[in-house]
Ligand binder design. Sequence first.
Ligand code: NAD
Length: 347
Amino acid sequence: MNTPSQRAMVPFISVEAMMQIVHKLGIRTVLRELANEIEADFLRWDSFDKTPRVASHSPVGVIELMPTSDGALYGFKYVNGHPKNMADGLQTVTAFGLLADVATGYPVLLSEMTLLTALRTAAMSALAARHLAPSGAMTMAMIGNGAQSEFQSLAFQEIVGVTDVRLYDIDPAATAKCRRNLEGSGLNVIACTSVEEALEGARIVTTCTADKRASTILTDNMIGPGTHINAVGGDCPGKTELHRDILLRSDIFVEYPEQTRIEGEIQQLPADHAVTELWQVFAGHAPGRRDKSQITLFDSVGFAIEDFSALRYIRRAALETGTYQELDLLADPDDPRDLYGMLHRAR
Ligand code: NAD
């Protein structure tokens, strides 16, 4: 009889294991290496199957599946977005994901992805800013101080060279939490009481709020020339953060236009409004920032290739450090046609 120890086991990264891996490697190393991993995959853009994510909407949130494959590995992430969860003591965003071997279809990793999503979103934001933010920009306004905010701040410190972060949230408790968590990071953290105050002197602006509707976190008069906007929170139909007039003054950079036109800030614009794909900038096929006065906008929604890169990176780290469990996920009888026999003998 096949005992669990003889069966094909699938590595599983629990939340606990994910935290251990991040601590073993160091969060700054993880953010930097994730950004490099994502950039390398964006540079082989044509190798991937690409599709807008599959979304199931309800009045209170969304549940999404995000698949992609490079022909050798297949990956998907399950992720939700429920802005009202926070009031009930639940996370707005939770996720898990899977990698599989394309040659056999067998899964090779199951992983928690709530933490991994925060890490990869921050790495992606900072990677985009490395190409788009004005040189020498050292102050960032961080609007929305929830679950993603410390990850975003640390990634901008590590990858872009930000030294000062100016926090604002409609809930002062969120700002206090973020400020506390960033103590000892080396960042100069300033808690602000309005968006306008947070924007003072900031040439990078990250918006990362959660609301199940079109909000106007930033209005046109708030954004001066030479700003880079990293708009993270508008990532669903009907859920945006920026006034449309800002978009009309900005050069807009996106992950995958087919998805961003449905979910991003640019859902407010006509479908033929010009945007630049970030992979083209990374590859040197399209310019990033051209001059000091340009407003650049990364209309971030989160794309499947980023999760694929993150899953492959974290699988390597888990196997190298031995930080995973083995999961009996795959029914794999010795005689592949004797699935029933395996069940029968297990009585
Ligand atoms: P969260 O619920 O933990 O935090 C959101 C914060 O925004 C809260 O502290 C809330 O008080 C604050 N907020 C709400 N309205 C505001 C306003 N008008 N002004 C200032 N602050 C306001 O959520 P999170 O996990 O930090 O995620 C934030 C957003 O980012 C969500 O909308 C989520 O869907 C999105 N997200 C995007 C990506 C991506 O790849 N683009 C990835 C992860 C999360």
